[in-house]
Ligand binder design. Structure first.
Ligand SMILES: Cc1cc2nc3c(=O)[nH]c(=O)nc-3n(C[C@H](O)[C@H](O)[C@H](O)COP(=O)(O)OP(=O)(O)OC[C@H]3O[C@@H](n4cnc5c(N)ncnc54)[C@H](O)[C@@H]3O)c2cc1C
Length: 343
C-alpha cells in the first residue's frame, strides 16, 4: 500500500498551511524541505548573542480567515504585536508613520512560528526534490541524494515559481506557464550587531523600532532587539536593500554587501554609529513577486492540473505571509474536498 498520498514540496508558511489543511481533512501528507528546518522566507539567524530575522520582518492580517488563524498562534505564544513605533526616513529626514495596521512578529524569532506549525507533521528536512516522475498515474519524487519517495497521488509545489518551473516543465504546461508569468525580485538583507546601543537621535525618533527608508539602496530597517521575546540581546539591525539595488549587486560577496548597506544607513542616521561585533548579509534570489497585486481579493490563489500537480505560495497571489498562508490553506481545502484521491 501507499505510505503517503499527498506530497508537499517546500516547508515555508504556504506548504505548512497546505499540509495542515489536508491533515485536518484526514489526508496522509509528507512534506519535503531542502533546508535544515522549516520556515523558508521566515528564516532567522541565531548567534550566541543575538537573533536576526533575515526575511520577513513582520506581517499583517487583513482577511477574517487569517485573523482567526492568528488567534490560535497568539494562544500558542508564537506571535506578538510588533512594531508599535514605525518610522519613515526620507533621505535622512526621520518622521513617524501614522497608520492603523496591527503588525505581528514571531516570538522569540520569526522562524518560531513555522517550527510551531510543523509540529506533528511528517517533515523530511535536508531533502531537496530534484525530479518528479509519473508512472501509470502515480507520482514519485527523486531527491538530491538520488533517493526515491512515494508513491503519491498528488504533488503540491509550495516553492518560489522560478524553482517550481523546472520541476513542472516536463509534466504540466499549464503550471509551468503559470510559473513563468511570475517574476520574483531579489533582496539582500544585511544584519549587524553593535558594540553599544545606537546613540539617540536628536528628535523623539530615538525610540523607533522600524523605518521605511526612501531614497537610497535601503528600503527597510528593523531593530531586532526591540522585538518581543529577544531577551537581553544587544543592539542589532536587519537592513533590507531595494529590489533594484539587490539585482544590480546580486553576485557580489556578502561582506561587500553588508558593508555597503551599513554605510548607507550610517549616512542617513544623523549620529555616528558604534562599531559592530558582527556584520554579514544574506541573499534572497527570490524574495517577493515583482508583479503581483499587493492584496489578492479573489479566492483562486492557487493553481491545479488534473494530472495530480498543484502550485501554491505567495507567487500565486501577493508577496506577503498572509497571502502565502491563505494560498496553501485554500489549496489544501480544495484538494481535500474536490480531488479524486483513490488510486
Ligand atoms: C527580505 C524579505 C522581506 C519580506 N518582508 C515581508 C513582510 O514584511 N511582510 C510579509 O507579510 N511578507 C514579507 N516577505 C514575504 C514572505 O516572507 C513570503 O511571502 C512568504 O514567506 C512566502 O512563503 P512560501 O511558503 O510561499 O515560500 P517560502 O517561504 O520561500 O518557502 C518555500 C520553501 O521551499 C523550500 N524549497 C525550495 N525548493 C525546494 C526543493 N526543490 N525541494 C525541497 N524544498 C524546497 C525552501 O527551502 C523554502 O523553505 C518578505 C520576504 C523576504 C525575502
Amino acid at each position: 500500500m501507499h505510505d503517503s498520498r499527498f506530497a508537499v514540496i517546500g516547508g515555508g508558511i504556504s506548504g505548512l498551511a497546505c499540509a495542515r489543511a489536508l491533515i485536518r481533512h484526514g489526508r496522509q501528507v509528507r512534506l519535503f524541505e531542502k533546508s535544515r528546518g522549516p520556515g523558508g522566507r521566515l528564516a532567522s539567524r541565531r548567534t550566541p548573542s543575538a537573533t536576526f530575522d533575515l526575511g520577513a520582518q513582520y506581517f499583517t492580517a487583513r482577511s477574517p480567515e487569517f485573523q482567526r488563524e492568528l488567534e490560535a498562534w497568539q494562544q500558542a505564544n508564537v506571535i506578538a504585536p510588533w512594531p508599535q513605533s514605525v518610522w519613515v526616513c526620507d533621505d535622512g529626514d526621520w518622521h513617524r508613520k501614522q497608520d492603523d495596521h496591527i503588525r505581528w512578529v514571531g516570538t522569540p524569532r520569526m522562524s518560531a512560528l513555522t517550527r510551531h506549525l510543523s509540529q506533528d507533521l511528517d517533515l523530511h528536512t535536508q531533502c531537496r526534490i530534484e525530479h518528479l516522475h509519473r508512472e501509470e498515474s502515480i507520482w514519485w519524487l527523486q531527491d538530491d541524494q538520488g533517493l526515491r519517495h512515494g508513491p503519491f497521488t498528488q504533488i503540491i509545489l509550495a516553492i518560489p515559481s522560478p524553482q517550481a518551473q523546472p520541476l513542472l516543465a516536463p509534466h504540466s504546461q499549464i503550471l509551468s506557464e503559470a510559473c513563468q508569468c511570475v517574476e520574483m525580485s531579489p533582496c539582500w538583507t544585511a544584519y549587524a550587531l553593535f558594540e553599544a546601543p545606537l546613540p539617540p537621535l536628536e528628535t523623539s525618533a530615538s525610540q523607533w523600532q522600524t523605518a521605511f527608508m526612501n531614497g537610497g539602496p535601503l528600503r527597510f530597517v528593523a531593530r531586532n532587539d526591540s522585538k518581543p521575546g529577544r531577551g537581553e540581546q544587544g543592539e542589532s539591525l536587519s537592513l533590507l536593500a531595494t529590489a533594484e539595488w539587490s539585482q544590480k549587486h546580486l553576485e557580489r560577496d556578502a561582506d561587500w554587501v553588508a558593508t555597503q548597506l551599513l554605510a548607507a544607513f550610517a549616512e542617513r542616521y544623523p549620529v555616528p554609529l558604534p562599531g559592530t561585533k558582527l556584520l554579514d548579509a544574506h541573499r534572497w534570489r527570490f524574495s517577493q513577486p515583482a508583479s503581483a497585486p499587493s492584496v489578492k481579493t479573489d479566492t483562486q490563489d492557487f493553481q491545479t492540473d488534473s494530472c495530480g500537480l498543484a502550485l501554491c505560495g505567495d507567487a500565486m497571489s501577493a508577496g506577503r505571509i498572509e497571502n502565502a498562508w491563505l494560498s496553501g490553506h485554500h489549496l489544501g481545502n480544495h484538494l481535500s474536498t474536490s480531488l479524486e484521491t483513490a488510486i
